[in-house]
Design a protein around this ligand. Sequence first.
Ligand SMILES: C[S@@+](CC[C@H](N)C(=O)[O-])C[C@H]1O[C@@H](n2cnc3c(N)ncnc32)[C@H](O)[C@@H]1O
Length: 356
Amino acid sequence: MPIEVTPLTPDGKERVEAVLRRAADDISFRELLLSNPSEALKDTDLTAGEAEVLARMRRVALEEWGVDVRSFRSFVLDNGNKVTVPGDINPSDDNEKGHATQRGPFSCARKGSRMPSDIYLLGTGIRGTLHFTNETIQALRVCRAVYVLHPDTMVLDYVRKYCDDVHDLNTFYDGREIRQDVYSAIADRLIEEAGRSGPVAFLVHGHPLFLVSATEYTLDQAASKGLKTTVLAAVSSFDTTLCDLGIDYGYGVQIFDSTTMIENTWAPNPAVPLLVFQLATTCNRRVVKDRPAGPILKPLVDFLTPVYGPSHHVRIVHSGAALLEETEVIDLRLSELTADDIDLERRPTLYVPPLG
Ligand SMILES: C[S@@+](CC[C@H](N)C(=O)[O-])C[C@H]1O[C@@H](n2cnc3c(N)ncnc32)[C@H](O)[C@@H]1O
C-alpha cells in the first residue's frame, strides 16, 4: 500500500540517511529498527512523516521519496523478511564481479573497509557452541549459505538458528585419501558458491586462519577471481592452551606445525617456550582414519631429542572442546611421547618448556 508523505526536504534527507547509515554500522540498532521502529527512532530528530517512512523500510518508498537508494543495498533477513538497509557499496561493484548478489549489510571487511564480502571465513572457537563471537553470528545471519567443517553436530544445529542453508563439509572426506585434496575441494566449492551468489561462509573449528588449509586455498582463489573475503577472529587452540597452561606467551613463544618443523628442519630455540600443533598428523599427509597414538610421534621425538634431551619434561594439552568435557594436561618426559598408551584421537597440542 502506498504511503502518503510530504516531500522530503534537504534537511530531512540528511536526517533519514543518517539513520540508515547508523543502521548499516550497528546491527543492534538495525534489528530494533526492523522489529520496533518507534522505539528505535524515538530519540532521533526525524519528523513524524520521516519516521513513518523509515519505520516501513520499503526501498521503493524511500526511492520515490528522494533517498538515493543506489548507495543502499537490499538483503533478506532471517525468515525471508525483505527489507532495505544501507550499505556503503556502489551497486556497480557487483556488476564488475560478474555475478548476481543478494548480499548482507555486514560491514567488517579487512583493512577497515566497509565493503561487504562474498566469502566470510569464520571459526567456532574451541568449546562447542560456547565460543561463538557476536561478530561471527552477525556474519552468519547475513550469509546465503554456510559451509561447516566441524566434528560436533551440535554446532551445525546451532548454526541453523542463523542461516537456513547449512551444509556439512565432512562428506568431503568420503572417497579422498589425501587431506590437501579434501581442503582444495572445499575451497573450490566455496569459490563456486560465492561466484554463483554470495555471501557464503566457511565455518571451522577454532580460528579460521590458524592451521586451516581450506581457508588459505580459498583466500588464494578468491583473490585471483576478484571475490572479496573477510576473515573474522575466533578463539583458537592457541588461546585455550595459553589458559590451560596458565602461561603468558606474550614475552616469547615458538609455534610450529609438527610436520612442517620436521620437514624443514627448523630447530627450535630451547630458551623459548615451544608449542607443537598437529601432532596426530605428524609426517602423514593422508586422511587419518585409525586412532592415532604415541608411536606416530617417533619422528617428532627424534627431531626434538638432540635439542632438549630425552628426559626433558613436556606436556600434552587437550583443551576441553565438547560442552562439558574437561581439559586434560599430561606431564611426561620427551622420550615417553611415543608410548602406545598416548592417545592423540582428540587432537592435542604439545607444550615444550624452555631448558633451564
Ligand atoms: C587442523 S588444526 C586446526 C586448529 C584450529 N583452527 C584452531 O584455531 O585451534 C588442529 C590442531 O589444533 C590443535 N587443537 C585443536 N583442538 C585442540 C584442543 N581442543 N586442545 C588442544 N589443541 C587443539 C591441535 O594441535 C590440533 O592438531
